[in-house]
Design a protein around this ligand. Structure first.
Ligand SMILES: Cc1ncc(COP(=O)(O)O)c(C=O)c1O
Length: 407
């Protein structure tokens, strides 16, 4: 079956709707496993479980717990992968994956526009373990090609990049990766349900669950979606990075995230609808607006090639306020006027805004920020679930006029 047919037939929102987990007493929610350790009726079964040979037996909650497995199964279904493993944060998922895949002497080709924490990990941390990293413009397949070396193990990118909203052609990059026997790892945090990287050829898909998937800004969490072999490997008691580094999700959190996941399709639709409307209005006012749903976005057509129309272009947009001082004044005024919160992160019911250069991307040196087009006055918006987005737009416009962002 071609990728295109497979992609069209797969619908992650239906996968979420069709999940059927029963509680211990027939509850409509699965029971929460409130235990860190598990008993065995025989010592032999305990030994076999340590060896990884007994399905359905639980050992210790850093390895797996029933609640974490429910959430992992749901997320694997959502991404169309065989299996998944949930972690205590998005960074836990990213660092666990990369530390597991890459050892001293290996090389990573990474997109240069990625979340600041991931950038710092790749630039300052994993290099300390003898892994080398090259950052490239992942929107240009030739740049990735040029960076590949015989020791390249991983190509790493974000479907829609944080904060510049650059879009990579997952299918093309995956073909290139496969030609060279390299694994493609994709962070899909900005475009859940809209784009399904694994169905386009990515080997491993990561999310910060902190964002859209949980959607209530009350916890951090992460997930790694991939083949059953890979997921079993990262949990291996002898050499699995997730088991040994220990960024394990708590069962109570896994259970609350699973409940929030059920409303993700409808939330994503509203985030996308509001963001598109706002982006169109701001652009028409002459504000430099970046949103993949705008025809002016350099990857608008590419996004359309990969996305699910009914979910849309997601809820992230950026504007350029010109100067950092103006950006700061505008954000403070928008918060005072209840447009949303001056806060990092995304996927909340309220709009969140921040200036990435001085916050989420501050780990990236100023010179490199400039090179990649991350300007001082850039404001990143995570558009909320506002019932009346035109009302919100009118308040934003008023704030823009008062702060001189709009004349
Ligand atoms: C695209 C992306 N990936 C990963 C992360 C890290 O996730 P967490 O904060 O849950 O560790 C973030 C956090 O902002 C992000 O924006």
């Amino acid at each position: 079956m071609t990728i295109k047919i497979k992609y069209t037939m797969f619908n992650p929102a239906n996968e979420i709707q069709d999940l059927q987990f029963f509680g211990e007493f027939g509850g409509v929610n699965p029971s929460v496993s409130d235990s860190s350790t598990y008993t065995f009726l025989s010592a032999k079964t305990m030994f076999d479980t340590f060896e990884g040979n007994t399905d359905g037996c639980y050992l210790y909650s850093r390895h797996s717990s029933p609640s974490n497995l429910y959430l992992a199964e749901a997320l694997a279904k959502m991404e169309g992968t065989e299996a998944a493993h949930v972690c205590s944060s998005g960074m836990g998922a990213i660092t666990g994956t990369l530390m597991h895949l890459c050892k001293s002497g290996d090389h990573i080709v990474s997109s240069r526009t990625i979340y600041g924490g991931t950038y710092a990990f790749l630039k300052n941390f994993i290099t300390g373990f003898g892994v080398s990293v090259d950052f490239v413009d992942s929107t240009k397949i030739q740049s990735i090609k040029n960076a590949i070396r015989p020791d390249t193990k991983v190509i790493y990118l974000e479907t829609v990049s944080n904060p510049l909203l650059e879009v990579s052609d997952i299918e093309e990059v995956s073909k290139l990766a496969k030609q060279h026997g390299i694994l493609l790892v994709v962070d899909n945090t900005f475009s859940p349900l809209s784009i399904s990287p694994a169905m386009l050829g990515a080997d491993i898909v990561i999310h910060s669950l902190t964002k859209y998937i949980n959607g209530s800004s009350d916890t951090v969490g992460g997930v790694i979606c991939g083949s059953s072999d890979f997921i079993n490997d990262i949990k291996n008691v002898n050499n699995g990075a997730c088991m040994l580094l220990g960024a394990t999700m708590d069962s109570l959190r896994a259970s609350s995230i699973l409940k929030n996941l059920r409303t993700l399709p409808i939330r994503m639709q509203k985030h996308s609808e509001n963001a598109l409307k706002l982006a169109e209005l701001l652009e028409a006012d002459g504000i430099k607006t970046v949103y993949p749903g705008l025809a002016s976005h350099p990857s608008h057509e590419l996004f359309k090639k990969m996305y699910r129309k009914e979910i849309g272009f997601s809820g992230m947009l950026t504007i350029d306020a010109g100067l950092l001082e103006k950006a700061n004044a505008l954000m403070e005024m928008m918060q005072e006027n209840n447009v949303g919160y001056l806060a990092v992160s995304l996927g909340f019911y309220k709009t969140l805004f921040s200036a990435p250069g001085t916050s989420t991307s501050s780990e990236i040196p100023l010179e490199e920020q400039k090179e990649m087009g991350l300007t001082d006055g850039l404001i990143r918006f995570s558009i909320g679930l506002d019932h009346d987005i035109e009302r919100t737009y009118n308040i934003i416009k008023e704030c823009m006029k008062k702060t001189g962002v709009l004349s």
